[in-house]
Design a protein around this ligand. Structure first.
Ligand code: 6PG
Length: 241
């Protein structure tokens, strides 16, 4: 597990945005399109503000979503809505390069199946194959969740599923989420966590007993060189080594 620790969140987001630019230019020297998956919540907002200032050929980047709150796209709670406000509306990216998770189906399960079809089509892979993202950005809840893989959610998905729908009672809403099966298939996984309120979860996930029911972020592959944690000092405060 690699953790990069920064004095404050501003330094963290500047470094993460520069890392994105470096990775993007490196990858684009070998491939035509970059496939990136974004998480929602509040942490990415400041990251997106800095990312939008990077000199990137955005027409060669496609953005997908790690998860979505099951509310309409014009609802401020919606992750696509937030990414559009802080990133997409600030860069020259063709709208067809953005792949929101659908939230207009009556049955959230149908939305999950639809997003799987969207992913398979966009990546040009067969239904039994797993699309491979170039970079997946993940956050960490102070309860140890990531994406919308919530504690004690009885691991709502079956191994072969790439996208799952889950009723999250404490949020009184459905969430649609990528599953560890597809997240762990990514070449690069970047966690970002800031603030003292995340310190206990960071420490439990990275150094605690393996209890993925309690800490679903432990379901993510932490192999060196694949997953990097961007932490500010406050969030890293309880890490022992
Ligand atoms: C979401 C995210 C979620 C988020 C964590 C951390 O839809 O809310 O995908 O997994 O990354 O809850 O959220 P904050 O960045 O707001 O602390």
């Amino acid at each position: 597990m690699a953790a990069l620790i920064f004095a404050d969140s501003e330094d963290l987001f500047q470094a993460a945005a520069k890392d994105f630019a470096d990775k993007a230019m490196g990858l684009l020297s070998k491939k035509k399109l970059l496939n990136i998956a974004l998480s929602g919540g509040s942490t990415p907002k400041d990251f997106f503000k800095v990312l939008a200032q990077q000199k990137i050929p955005w027409e060669k980047v496609r953005f997908f979503f790690v998860d979505e709150r099951y509310v309409p796209g014009d609802n401020p709670e919606n992750n696509y809505h937030m990414a559009d406000q802080y990133l997409f509306s600030k860069i020259s990216i063709p709208r067809e390069n953005i792949y929101p998770i659908p939230t207009e189906f009556k049955d959230p399960e149908e939305a999950a199946r639809e997003y799987e079809l969207i992913l398979h089509k966009a990546f040009g892979v067969k239904s039994h194959e797993i699309p491979k993202f170039d970079i997946i950005y993940l956050g960490l809840g102070d309860d140890g969740h990531t994406a919308s893989l919530m504690p004690f959610n009885k691991l709502i998905f079956k191994k072969h599923q790439l996208v799952a729908a889950d009723w999250v009672s404490k949020l009184n809403m459905y969430r649609i989420t990528l599953t560890p099966t597809i997240i762990n298939h990514s070449d690069n996984i970047i966690f970002m966590a800031t603030g003292a309120n995340k310190a206990p979860a960071v420490s439990a996930v990275l150094e605690g007993k393996y209890e993925p029911d309690q800490y679903p972020a432990q379901l993510i592959d932490h192999t060196q060189g694949k997953t990097i944690w961007y932490l500010d000092q406050a969030a890293a405060n309880l890490i022992k080594d």
